[in-house]
Design a protein around this ligand. Structure first.
Ligand code: GLN
Length: 457
């Protein structure tokens, strides 16, 4: 914990952290030492962890990367924070992120962009920018993230680390500052699939305080690390595994270096015994249209709570209630958040609801059905996480649509609620930038995804 705190200071310029509370951290570390001395330590006891600033955390600020919550301190811990602390993990700080998790580059934070430690001219990806950078820079071995449309997988890909978005409902959303509630899902980010499996063991599980939490018996996500496929041999650990490669994930618009790295990764999986199956996800492109209606719609509703009355930023000397609402929100929210609130309010308004929101919901159902057809032919779907590697800081900062297009491969998975992960396919030697292999599983198949990823690593 002391080393992590020192590394945070030494790497301040990355802007990966928004708040640290060393006394609190060191007190947790002493408690972990005591557990170890008493013989009650588990695999995660004493391991430093950083939390995305979307998870409310007692004793730390919880800002969601927004001016609106710049001074907010929660009176309670998010379930994820509580569970990881109960497993003995030591919280070393809160990590920077795109405001209310809206973004793909880490540049939408009210507290400035995070740098990518693999190449400081590049964006780290987003919205979980600080957690990805903190793990990639070796500041912490583990961090939490949230993924609404790709925000764990894409920064993991851009920073060359491993991250998993579990099946929707696996990880409690209680205490996760809401963006789009039907999509938001927390998950772990670390160097390896093995570490992610240990973290997910502590994070996942039913929580009666989250109405969409799924009631299932606890499971051990490390159980398929050694042998991901039943009956396979040590020499060919993936023999019998069918990996589906969607034509739409490897076609036009995918950068050369990404396609090359993914091709090499697929050949490696084949070398481990897996069989490649060509599949189709014909509506892949339409996921962008559906997501950028549904997510803003839910955001416009969720963010209506920030009215300057109960908590969050309040403007100076309001003339009346209307003025209080207007100026508090105008001052508290950044440009991307306002854009989403406007889009969301528009698509939900009378007269437009059927034309946009309802259509998007139908598309969401079709996208989920397409995945089910694909899983009739294969066990795991593989491809790139994003069509390009990390772009340069500032390159797309004024072009929201360019940012939205970069989410093409992650959004459909989120709309369907499936589990998926990013595993480094290439760390981008020779001045290239990292490429993440996207592995998508069927509902509740996290253990298998992690096992296949472990064999690959
Ligand atoms: N880039 C997507 C967006 O801006 C996804 C963000 C996320 O997963 N939180 O909405």
């Amino acid at each position: 914990a002391q080393e992590a705190l020192a590394a945070i200071e030494a790497k301040r310029h990355l802007n990966a952290f928004l708040d640290v509370q060393p006394e609190l951290t060191l007190a947790q570390a002493r408690a972990a030492d005591a557990a170890r001395a008493a013989g009650t330590a588990g695999p995660l006891t004493g391991v430093p962890i950083a939390h995305k600033d979307i998870f409310v955390t007692r004793g730390f600020k919880s800002t969601a990367g927004s001016r609106m919550l710049a001074n907010y301190v929660s009176p309670f811990d998010a379930t994820v924070v509580e569970r990881l602390a109960a497993a003995g993990m030591v919280t070393v700080g809160k990590t920077n992120c795109d405001e209310f998790a809206m973004g793909s580059s880490g540049e939408n934070s009210a507290f400035g962009p995070t740098l990518n430690p693999r190449d400081e001219r590049a964006v780290p990806g987003g919205s979980t920018s600080g957690s990805a950078a903190a793990v990639a820079a070796g500041i912490v071995p583990a961090a939490t993230g949230t993924d609404t449309g790709g925000s764990i997988r894409q920064p993991a890909s851009f920073c060359g680390i491993t991250g998993i978005k579990p099946t929707y409902g696996r990880v409690s959303r209680y205490g996760m500052i809401a963006f789009a509630s039907s999509l938001d899902q927390g998950g772990p980010m670390a160097q390896t699939a093995e570490d992610c499996a240990l973290l997910l063991n502590a994070m996942a599980g039913f929580d009666e305080r989250d109405a969409t939490s799924i009631k299932r018996p606890a499971e051990d996500f490390t159980r398929l690390l050694a042998a991901p496929v039943d009956g396979a041999t040590a020499g060919a650990p993936l023999a019998g595994l069918r990996i589906g490669v969607p034509a739409e994930f490897m076609g036009e618009g995918v950068a050369r270096e990404v396609r090359d790295a993914i091709d090499a990764a697929i050949r490696c999986l084949e070398g481990l015994g897996a069989a490649r199956v060509p599949i189709a996800l014909p509506r892949t492109r339409l996921a962008i249209h559906a997501y950028y209606v549904i997510a803003p719609a839910e955001a416009s509703s969720n963010l209506s709570r920030f009215d300057g009355v109960r908590y969050g930023h309040r403007c100076e000397n309001p003339r009346d209630l209307q003025d209080l609402y207007e100026r508090s929100r105008a001052e508290g929210f950044g440009a991307e958040v306002k854009r989403r609130i406007l889009v969301g309010t528009y698509v939900l308004s009378a007269g437009y609801y059927d034309a946009y929101y309802k259509q998007a919901q139908k598309l969401r159902r079709l996208l989920a059905q397409d995945f089910q057809s694909a899983f009739a032919q294969c066990d795991v779907i593989v491809g790139p996480v994003a069509p390009t590697t990390a772009w340069n800081l500032g390159e797309k900062a004024d072009d929201p649509v360019a940012n939205y297009l970069a989410d093409i491969f992650t959004l459909g998975v989120s709309l369907a609620g499936l589990p998926a992960m990013s595993v480094p396919a290439s760390l981008g030697a020779d001045s290239g930038r990292p490429v993440g292999l996207h592995m998508i599983g069927n509902y509740f198949d996290e253990a298998r995804l992690l096992g296949v990823a472990h064999a690959f690593q």
